[in-house]
Design a protein around this ligand. Sequence first.
Ligand code: IMP
Ligand code: MG
Length: 169
Amino acid sequence: MEVKKYIDEEEIKRKVKELAEKISNDYRGKEVVLICVLKGASVFAVELALNMSINVRFEFIEVSSYSGTMSTGKIKLNKDISSSIEGKDVLVVEDIIDTGRTLSYLKDYLLSKGPNSLKICTLIDKKERRVVELDAQYTGFVIEDKFIVGYGLDYNEDYRNLNYIGVIE
Ligand code: IMP
Ligand code: MG
């Protein structure tokens, strides 16, 4: 299997910096909890946070799809956040939005914990693949329907540590 470069390191870095600046300006003076969706968003969330000029707290959450979810779309919570987000301004950081099912589930789940606000930041959005209505307030790249890896994104758990985003061919 071959991985062809799709978005290079420099372009990702530029975009992450731009998003971090925008988020810092929008959230200045607020108590922000950055919730990283494991495992895919780990690389993006760290680099995003390091480029911010505001203080954020870190939380991690992990979900997976039940097998055969393409049809059912059922999501399972594997790991929950470890402190309260009640009254906090929550920024959910995700690697990619595809059908929208994962984030739609997570959004409802996290909103039930009573945050003051909840916004979504995704590095990649495959907009045309959406099955449930779900919008991100901060988006790095909108791409067409391709299966991508790298910069946290995997194919069967591999390729996450590529410093660029590639397409499997
Ligand atoms: P959704 O619930 O369909 O929006 O799926 C989102 C999840 O599917 C992401 O968090 C990824 O784990 C996975 N995913 C979707 N598209 C890709 C891709 O192109 N490469 C790697 N993972 C993907
Ligand atoms: Mg993921």
